[in-house]
Ligand binder design. Structure first.
Ligand SMILES: O=C(O)[C@@H](CO)OP(=O)(O)O
Length: 248
């Protein structure tokens, strides 16, 4: 049997300010740091250990991983950072306030932007100062690989090949893998692993900073997934997120 642990980053400054974030590189809040520390402590106390870690190119995920590994006394572990684990690109909505947009465009439109599987939000213009095409961290990519917007389907199209070509072979080879990523890059991976339909994925929300354990058979077919820690608290956090994604 193989295992994999996934963690969504702790609360970010723009989670707190209720702003569409996407590829904007905002940091953790003090609460987000505390969530990351608690996740590391939980993993340590439950006897988890890892050989290899993957994260995105965004500091809210990278710093979450730092805090988790620091709690586990494993800051020396190899860490692979890849853009394909980045959050879903939020296009021209990046930086705007979710509640404000709901007031302007209505809850249904905001829910469509946030959770529809295949309708992307309005795209950024390539000359928009928010566009990441001039950001050095993506200089190894062709400009057209750097999104101007993404729906979840687009995120699946980059996360799943990364899973299949890079992370899954490591898990299959017996490496104990920890992935720290983002709400929607994790939803993309879960959708693929658990064959969740395009409509059912709308209702799946990932709480910040809670380790999610997958178990697989030898052929890497998922046997189940479960959150570590207090089940009631995890459920309450996911329910709040679900409510929030409707009301902006
Ligand atoms: O703003 C974002 O990038 C994401 C994650 O915080 O938000 P949402 O819940 O709308 O997917």
């Amino acid at each position: 049997m193989h295992q994999l642990v996934l963690i969504r980053h702790g609360e970010s400054t723009w989670n707190l300010e209720n702003r569409f974030t996407g590829w904007t590189d905002v940091d953790l809040t003090p609460t987000g740091i505390a969530q990351a520390v608690a996740a590391g402590r939980l993993l340590r106390d439950e006897g988890w250990d890892f050989d290899l870690c993957y994260t995105s190119l965004l500091k809210r995920a990278i710093h979450t991983l730092w805090h988790v590994l620091d709690e586990m006394d494993r800051t020396w572990l190899p860490v692979v950072k890849d853009w394909r684990l980045n959050e879903r690109h939020y296009g021209a909505l990046q930086g705007l306030n979710k509640a404000e947009m709901a007031r302007q465009y209505g809850d249904q439109q905001v829910l469509l932007w946030r959770r529809s599987y295949d309708v992307p939000p309005p795209a950024l213009q390539p000359d928009d100062p928010r566009c990441e095409r001039h950001d050095r961290r993506y200089a190894h990519l062709k400009p057209e690989q750097i999104p101007l917007t993404e729906c979840l389907k687009d995120t699946v199209a980059r996360v799943v090949p990364y899973w299949e070509q890079t992370i899954a072979p490591a898990v299959r080879a017996g490496q104990r893998v920890l992935v720290v990523a983002h709400g929607n890059s994790i939803r993309a991976l879960i959708k693929h692993l658990d064959r969740i339909s395009d409509t059912d994925i709308v209702g799946l929300n990932i709480p910040n900073g809670v380790p999610l354990v997958y178990e697989f058979d030898d052929a890497l077919r998922p046997l189940g997934r479960r959150y570590l820690g207090d089940a009631a608290a995890v459920e309450a956090a996911a329910a709040t997120l679900a409510q929030h994604s409707v009301s902006g």
